[in-house]
Design a binder for this molecule. Structure first.
Ligand code: SF4
Length: 335
C-alpha cells in the first residue's frame, strides 16, 4: 500500500493561488487531491457558470470592438469539446448539451457586457493600467481582472468583476477580508512598487447579475416585427426581466482599504497552507473534512467522495476507473 502512494506522481503546490488557498482552508484532503495529485473525475460535470463568467470576462478584456474574437473563442471551445465526445463517449450527452449551452452563454454575456458599457462608461479621468494579468510574488500568484488609475488623484484601484445569479449580498459579504481580496492586494501592491505607482487604495467590485432567460424564438419574432436584430430584442426582454423582478442588473461597489496589507491573521493562513504544501505527499497527512461542510457544497457532492468513503487499499482500482490527472495547473486554476 505504501508503495502505491510512494510511486504515485505528486505535484508541487507552489505558487499558491487564491483558489488553492481557499480550497486548503475548506478541506485538506480535497486540496491534496486537487493540488498535489491533480486529480479530476473522468466524468466531471461541466461548469456552466464558470464558462459564462469566463466568456463575460473575456468580453470585458477585449472591449466592445472585439466581440468577434470572443465569438471565435467560443466556437473554438465548442470544437474542442466535440473532440472530447469522441475521446470519452461516456459523458457525451452532457458535453453536447454544454456545447449548445455555450452559444446561449455567449448571447447572455454579450447582452450584459453591452449593458455594462452603457451604464458605466469610463470617463477621461480613468485609465486602465492592465486587464486580466497574471502576477506572481514570491510563492503567491493570481490573475487580476483590472487595475485602474484615477488621473486626478493619482490613485490606483483593483477592479474585480463578479458574474452571479445570486443576490448582491451573496457576493459582497466578507469580500474585503476574503483570501481573494487580500491576495490580490498583496500582488498589486508588489506590482505597483515595481512599476512606479502608489499602493492600491481599494477595490471596485462590479457585480453583474446574470438573467436566467435565453435568447429564443420569442426574440426572433419580435426582431422581425420591429426590424431589429434578435440580440437587440433579447436585450429588451432582459431589461424587462430586471424590472419585473425588481433587480438591479449591475452594481458597482467601492471598498477602500482600511486594514494593513499584512496582518497576523493573513500571515497565519498563509503559514497553514505553506505547511500543507510542504508535507510529504501522502493522503494520510491530509485530514478529511469531518464537519462535512465541504462534502456537499452548492448542492453538489464533492468529486472525491468515493475515495474518501472507501479503504485506501481499494484506491488503485478506483483511481484507474474514475479519475484522470491534469499535468499542469494553469495560472493556479484547475481547468
Ligand atoms: S468528500 Fe469531503 S472529506 Fe473528502 S475530499 Fe471531499 S470535501 Fe474533503
Amino acid at each position: 500500500m505504501n508503495e502505491f502512494i510512494k510511486e504515485r506522481k505528486s505535484y508541487d503546490a507552489y505558487p499558491l493561488s487564491q483558489s488553492s488557498i481557499a480550497c486548503a482552508l475548506g478541506c485538506e484532503r480535497n486540496w491534496f487531491f486537487r493540488y498535489r495529485w491533480h486529480l479530476k473525475p473522468k466524468d466531471r460535470e461541466f461548469r456552466k457558470a464558470a464558462d459564462l463568467g469566463t466568456i463575460y470576462h473575456l468580453m470585458m478584456k477585449k472591449g466592445p470592438t472585439k466581440l468577434e474574437e470572443v465569438l471565435k473563442w467560443v466556437k473554438d471551445r465548442q470544437a474542442v469539446l466535440m473532440e472530447e465526445v469522441d475521446e470519452f463517449g461516456g459523458y457525451s450527452d452532457e458535453v453536447v448539451k454544454h456545447v449548445n449551452d455555450l452559444t446561449d452563454m455567449y448571447n447572455r454575456a454579450k447582452c450584459m457586457a453591452e449593458l455594462f458599457w452603457e451604464k458605466f462608461p469610463r470617463g477621461e479621468d480613468r485609465e486602465t493600467l492592465f486587464r486580466e494579468q497574471y502576477l506572481e510574488m514570491d510563492d503567491l500568484c493570481g490573475t487580476i481582472d483590472e487595475v485602474e488609475h484615477k488621473i486626478s488623484t493619482n490613485t490606483i484601484s483593483i477592479r474585480d468583476t463578479k458574474t452571479t445569479t445570486r443576490e448582491l449580498k451573496a457576493v459582497v459579504t466578507g469580500y474585503r477580508f476574503g483570501i481573494q481580496a487580500r491576495l490580490y492586494r498583496l500582488l498589486v501592491d508588489d506590482w505597483a512598487a515595481k512599476n512606479g505607482h502608489k499602493s492600491p487604495s481599494g477595490f471596485i467590485l462590479d457585480v453583474v447579475r446574470m438573467p436566467n432567460i435565453k435568447l429564443c424564438g420569442t426574440d426572433v419574432k419580435k426582431a422581425n416585427k420591429l426590424h431589429i436584430t434578435p440580440a437587440e430584442a433579447y436585450k429588451m426582454r432582459v431589461l424587462e426581466w430586471y424590472e419585473d423582478n425588481g433587480i438591479a442588473a449591475m452594481n458597482c461597489v467601492a471598498m477602500p482599504f482600511e486594514e494593513p496589507i499584512m496582518t497576523d491573521e493573513l500571515d497565519r493562513v498563509l503559514e497553514t497552507v505553506r505547511d500543507m504544501a510542504n508535507r510529504e505527499p501522502d493522503p494520510r497527512n491530509y485530514s478529511r473534512d469531518m464537519s462535512r461542510r465541504c462534502c456537499y457544497k452548492f448542492n453538489k457532492q464533492c468529486p472525491f467522495h468515493s475515495l474518501c468513503d472507501m479503504d485506501i487499499s481499494l484506491w488503485p482500482a478506483e483511481l484507474h476507473r474514475e479519475y484522470t490527472t491534469y499535468e499542469k495547473v494553469e495560472k493556479g486554476v484547475l481547468s
